[in-house]
Design a protein around this ligand. Structure first.
Ligand code: PEP
Length: 249
């Protein structure tokens, strides 16, 4: 299980350090659940210093696909690695929606992350109108196959996929445990056909208004192997309550 907090574009550096310190002060590591926090790029190094050695992983929210060069405003995989990142969220729906990210673009970033020793958390998920038109699986299939084209893995822990139905992100509306399991099982079958048997052990996170009150039920589904948490990850107690729920799921 992996519980990762996506802090999005929230908090100045002192605020991020304060939240990381609070998370750390109440966190007890367990073998069954990994926790990670994903602050903004400018806070990675200071948050990383707070959680260093604690077992809590550090993740970025995006990166560029190129090694380096004339890409003003961008950050490379090697830069993220050099400030201690373990993970990088790629293809989040907000990046697809507001910054024009495409499956091909996400695929380039996934290759680059893997070759730099970063574990990509690849986000996929349909919009409400696509679910209503019964196109949810088609959309998730295209996103998953597009993002993972040409990827070969020997170690399943080097890749994470997050199913995040767009209609559930930041809305307070959660997929039911049955809806989540149904899509996670579908993604599992895609991972096995794309990656072979290693695909059976890649963690598939659920994301979309996961909170302490609904986490246990979602996380107890067979193919739900953790959560990508937005709003609730900005409160240490709520984030840690979800980490605790994962221990008993
Ligand atoms: C997210 O943006 O990844 C997310 C899951 O957000 P929230 O938990 O706020 O719905």
């Amino acid at each position: 299980m992996l519980i990762a907090g996506n802090w999005k574009m929230n908090m100045t550096r002192p605020e991020a350090v304060r939240l990381a310190t609070e998370v750390l002060s109440k966190y007890s590591p367990t073998d069954s659940v990994r926790a990670a926090v994903c602050p903004t790029a400018v806070c990675l190094e200071s948050v990383g210093a707070v959680i260093s050695g604690s077992g809590i992983g550090l993740g970025a929210q995006n990166m560029h696909a190129a090694d380096s060069g004339a890409y003003t405003g961008e950050v490379s995989a090697a830069m993220l690695k050099s400030v201690g990142c373990d993970y990088v969220i790629l293809g989040h729906s907000e990046r697809r929606q507001y910054f024009g990210e495409t499956d091909a673009g996400v695929n380039g970033k996934v290759h680059q992350a893997l070759s730099n020793g970063l574990t990509p958390i690849v986000c996929v998920g349909e919009q409400l109108h696509e679910r209503e038109a019964k196109r949810a699986e088609e959309v998730v299939r295209n996103q998953t196959e597009g993002a993972l084209a040409g990827i070969g893995l020997s170690d399943p822990t080097t890749l994470v996929v997050a199913y995040e139905p767009v209609w559930a992100i930041g809305t307070g509306v959660t997929a039911t445990p049955e809806q989540a399991q149904e899509m996670h099982a579908f993604i599992r079958s895609l991972l096995v056909s794309l990656l072979g048997s290693v695909g059976t052990s890649v963690d598939i996170l659920y994301g979309g208004s996961m909170k302490p009150g609904n986490a246990a039920e979602l996380l107890s589904q067979e193919d739900v192997n953790g959560g990508l948490i937005g709003g609730a990850s900005l409160k240490a107690d709520q984030f840690l309550a979800i980490v605790e729920a994962a221990q008993f799921a």
